[in-house]
Design a protein around this ligand. Structure first.
Ligand SMILES: *[C@@H]1O[C@H](CO)[C@@H](O)[C@H](O)[C@H]1NC(C)=O
Ligand SMILES: *[C@@H]1O[C@H](CO)[C@@H](O)[C@H](O)[C@H]1NC(C)=O
Length: 287
């Protein structure tokens, strides 16, 4: 027998109102993205125009892509304004381009809808997915007491970087101003929040890992132990930070090669060399 529907409690109603308020304030802004309130052209927009963005992600709005319409250029640029150091400071133009190419390559691999013989090639299909399709679990690390899971909530991959696990949703939400443990769905429902979580992941060091940003702008010096583990700066180390436990210290891993394929294409489009240490086949992952 179907369970009797109970009337929503005042607490449920309050939660609903709060969730709607969060949704409206984080999703509802339609301010001009390229030029901020001060009329300043965003440094990332100066490198990645809307036309260029569209040319990188040729298929993101295809009917076949579940993220159709979600990853807008305006959301991307608005999110970069929250992280002005991304592609903005700490390097010359080539360094900034390389960092942007690396970020876009990593999020492309995480969300790709491409395959080897796909139209326009496998590296034109980034940003096709916004959510893991068949999560293996709810990605709750119950041993983590600092960021406890809510019953019934799933912390599977969402958004451009496919943020996952309670211990990432919690601090990401705290940094960005939403309750990532209670409302993880926002990352797949709100384009601005989605891009913000990806940039939060990119910009934030999590011990013992440096941030991807530090690695790509040359603000990372390996310790003796890190050097012995071959964790020297380059796109391969970024892959190690993102998913090294599964992909690094493995010969010719298809996922690593896919990330590199996107990165090569984007560096070429931006007119910059790819830099050293592209793969992590000989790097020890972080434990
Ligand atoms: C939010 O995302 C979830 C999946 O994470 C989906 O089931 C739900 O319908 C979405 N809600 C809105 C308002 O888009
Ligand atoms: C470091 O890289 C070299 C060659 O590139 C390799 O021979 C060595 O085994 C690697 N060290 C580790 C700890 O993986």
């Amino acid at each position: 027998m179907a369970p009797h529907h109970s009337r929503p409690s005042a607490r449920d109603l309050l939660r609903f109102v709060l969730a709607v308020a969060v949704f409206l304030t984080t999703c509802g802004r339609v301010a001009e993205a390229r030029y901020g309130a001060g009329g300043q052209l965003s440094p990332v927009a100066a490198i990645v125009s809307e036309e260029l963005y569209s040319s990188l992600f040729l298929h993101k709005d295809d009917a076949a892509c579940p993220a159709k319409g979600f990853y807008t250029y305006a959301s991307f640029i608005r999110a970069t304004r929250k992280f002005p150091k991304f592609g903005g400071t700490g390097g010359d133009l080539a360094t900034r381009k390389r960092e942007i190419a690396a970020f876009l390559a990593q999020i492309s691999h995480e969300t790709t809808g491409g395959w080897a013989t796909a139209p326009d090639g496998p590296y034109s299909w980034g940003l096709c997915f916004k959510e893991e399709i068949t999560p293996q679990s709810n990605y709750c690390d119950a041993t983590n007491k600092q960021w406890p899971c809510y019953p019934g909530k799933s912390y599977h991959g969402r958004g451009p970087i496919q943020i996952s696990w309670n211990y990432n949703y919690g601090p990401a939400g705290q940094a960005l101003g939403f309750d990532g443990l209670l409302n993880p769905e926002l990352v797949a429902n709100c384009s601005d929040t989605a891009f913000q979580t990806a940039l939060w992941f990119w910009m934030t060091p999590r011990q013992p890992k440096p941030s991807c940003h530090q690695v790509m702008i040359g603000d990372y010096c390996p310790t003796t132990a890190a050097a012995a583990a071959n964790r020297t700066a380059g796109f391969g180390l970024v892959t190690n930070i993102v998913n090294g436990g599964l992909e690094c210290n493995v010969a010719n891993d298809a996922r690593v090669n896919n990330r590199i394929g996107f990165y090569r294409r984007y560096c070429q489009v931006l007119g910059v060399d790819v830099g050293p240490n592209l793969d992590c086949a000989h790097q020890m992952p972080y434990s």
